[in-house]
Design a protein around this ligand. Structure first.
Ligand code: AMP
Length: 277
């Protein structure tokens, strides 16, 4: 991968990169199309597919994470992807099984709340793997989804802190027609859970309406959001947070432009979503 990337650079071609865990959907493909627009027709667009073991906790869904490489290839081909980088565990984590893998990249301030609090080892796995993928693919621009807002902010910070010469782009969240954010994990939902999963989007919209004309206290809005989510019997709130979209600092009051993120279990499946209100 590195040799190919170096030779593309020598030819003066820009490399656009979309890291994924596969089981691709149109949310992923909109990142691919964004990468293409940025590198131009002569540029190279690379998608990586790697279900990264270090970003899953032992109790999480690593072994049952959905996979369909054939379909992923077809989608990539249809959108003009130039290459799929499909590293093996042996390439990504040499010696890990023997306990010899010992270097990690960890962001230590933006990862304290939300996904970082609910999934304590998650972000260390993400930043480590993304740093490794950046070193393999050597992209000029990498595109991440707004769907994982905290992740995008953390990655952007990592590239600044560690001087990666890479432009980080955050592209809008792709949604189903009823508002549910597209996610590989939606495949786990039963028909009833899928129906009720729109409660995340409805909660974001209700909050947006609530702050459209006035400032509200965090406690008051969080209560209203939790009450709305409780109307979906299959739903259980993990967190609801209001914060500054750039710094991720918790909001004191919620107003137009404040960012909201939430994680909700639908049955056993944990879904996340967020929006600028
Ligand atoms: P994943 O395969 O879920 O790890 O996601 C790979 C990349 O796709 C990440 O940058 C995600 O934020 C992004 N992504 C996932 N779902 C969506 C979506 N519905 N819309 C836009 N980007 C997404």
């Amino acid at each position: 991968m590195q040799r190919a990337a170096q030779s593309w650079h020598r030819e003066g071609r820009r490399i656009g990169f979309v890291p994924t865990m596969g089981f691709l959907h149109d949310g992923h493909m909109s990142l691919v199309r964004d990468a293409r627009r940025r590198v131009g027709p002569d540029g190279i667009v690379i998608v990586s597919i790697y279900v990264n073991p270090t970003q899953f906790a032992p109790t999480e869904d690593l072994s049952r994470y959905p996979r369909d490489l054939k379909r992923d290839y077809a989608l990539c081909r249809a959108d003009g992807v130039d290459g799929i980088f499909l590293p093996s565990d042996a390439v990504m984590y040499p010696g890990r099984d023997a306990g010899a893998y010992s270097t990690y990249v960890a962001e230590e301030s933006l990862t304290r709340r939300m996904e970082g609090a609910s999934r304590p080892t998650h972000f260390r796995g993400v930043t480590t793997i993304v740093a490794k993928l950046f070193h393999c693919v050597l992209p000029d621009v990498a595109v991440f989804g707004a769907k994982d807002w905290q992740q995008a902010v953390v990655i952007r910070r990592m590239t600044v802190d560690l001087n990666f010469p890479i432009q980080i782009v955050v592209a809008p969240t792709g949604r189903a027609s009823d508002g549910l954010a597209l996610s590989s994990r939606n495949a786990y939902l039963s028909p009833t859970e899928r129906e009720q999963a729109t409660v995340l989007w409805r909660a974001l919209n209700a909050a947006r309406v609530a702050v459209a004309k006035k400032t509200v206290s965090v406690a008051e809005l969080e209560k209203a959001v939790r009450r709305l989510i409780a109307t979906a019997p299959a739903a259980r709130v993990d967190y609801v947070e209001f914060f500054d979209g750039e710094t991720l600092e918790p909001a004191v009051q919620v107003k137009r432009g404040t960012h909201m993120a939430l994680a909700v279990f639908l049955g056993k499946t944990r879904l996340i979503d967020n929006a600028r209100l």
